[in-house]
Design a protein around this ligand. Sequence first.
Ligand code: SAH
Length: 421
Amino acid sequence: MTHRTLGIIIQNVSGWNLLPQTIDILPDGKEESAPQDRNDMILFSALCCLQHGAFFIGGTMRELIDKLRQTQVLAKEEWIKLIDGHSEASAQYLFAQARQVRCKIYGQDVYIRGLIEISNYCKNDCYYCGIRKSNKNAVRYRLMPEEILACVQNGYTLGFRTFVLQGGDDAFYTDELLAALILQIKKTHPDCAVTLSLGERSRESYRYLFSAGADRYLLRHETASQSHYAMLHPPVLSLAKRKECLFQLKEIGYQTGSGFMVGSPGQTAEELAEDLLFLKDLNPQMVGIGPFIPHHDTPFAGKPPGSVELTLFLIGLLRLMLPGALLPATTALGTLDPEGREKGILAGANVVMPNLSPVGARTKYTLYDHKLCTGAESAEHLEELKKRIQRIGYRVVTSRGDFIKQTDLNPEERKSSHVSV
Ligand code: SAH
């Protein structure tokens, strides 16, 4: 029997009110997630498929996706082929695979992180970023330790068990100040994880903050191509240094996160393939990706934003390449598409990071234009977020949401998730 897969998300006009249903006809002919009335379902699904311009997925795309799921490795040319060839049909096939893989490791759980944007002072001048040093129109602010602790307290009450302290590269936050802050958070909330996202620091600094109790560190590599890195950053910043920091963070013992923007100026499928190869090599516990969105006060003001569809496709690929990774459905995705978060989760993501910063700070931490910080994006509206996640068949959980090592799964689970250990 030739193997055809219909991977379909049934969507009504108002969004995702109907649960996503997938019919996966596997190579052995078995069907997963079989609907109640199969014939009706197939007919309805096929109609949806036509309506959305999706047709049966081509053989090569399916083979590459299957190979990725089974081996978690692809060659550069294969990545390029997958990225260039992505279509609605191949995306739905990929997302169905990605959901199965995430489900075997993380179930239907969605982890939440309280994002505290501690400062928009930055000594760097990245060409894409709204808080770059040269942007004289940015209204600068930084939060004092007491304000950060108040955000943590507020977040704890709301149900957050991970706090992400993110900011520009701001020398105000010395190792001593940060260590005291981390110790204080850990003392008052020993059941919580602290994630830092404070840019490039020395190995000693990373070590010191880790010994103070920091659990995780987010530092996107932004692009793994040397020439592309130079198009996005001034000459004082180097890809080699970024990579060095990332390997140091991993070696020290942080759950380490990297990532990149999708559709940043000058990016092609080749750069994205390099990003995926680099991530495979780094093997981080977390990967954050989101579409590039222009900021009006940067050199990239007139550049077009990245594609939501391609970002989702890459989330699906990342889930298959790094099955246990913590993958957020990012704010940038939610900014470009009102259902970006839901779509991200349905593509394989398992984390959302609502904004827990003081309201006054939120509008000043403008990495890009129209950055979302209200509604389900804000920590106070967690109930709304929970409902939205529930509507697509997942559930927000109150837990630290640590990375699950593949070796922590029992042998049966490991076998069934096709994950090599
Ligand atoms: N100083 C920290 C935090 C940077 S801001 C650090 O260096 O890691 C967090 C992320 O926002 C960046 O890593 C970048 O990928 C993303 N970002 C910045 N400007 C953006 C833009 N214009 N569009 C989309 N994402 C952007």
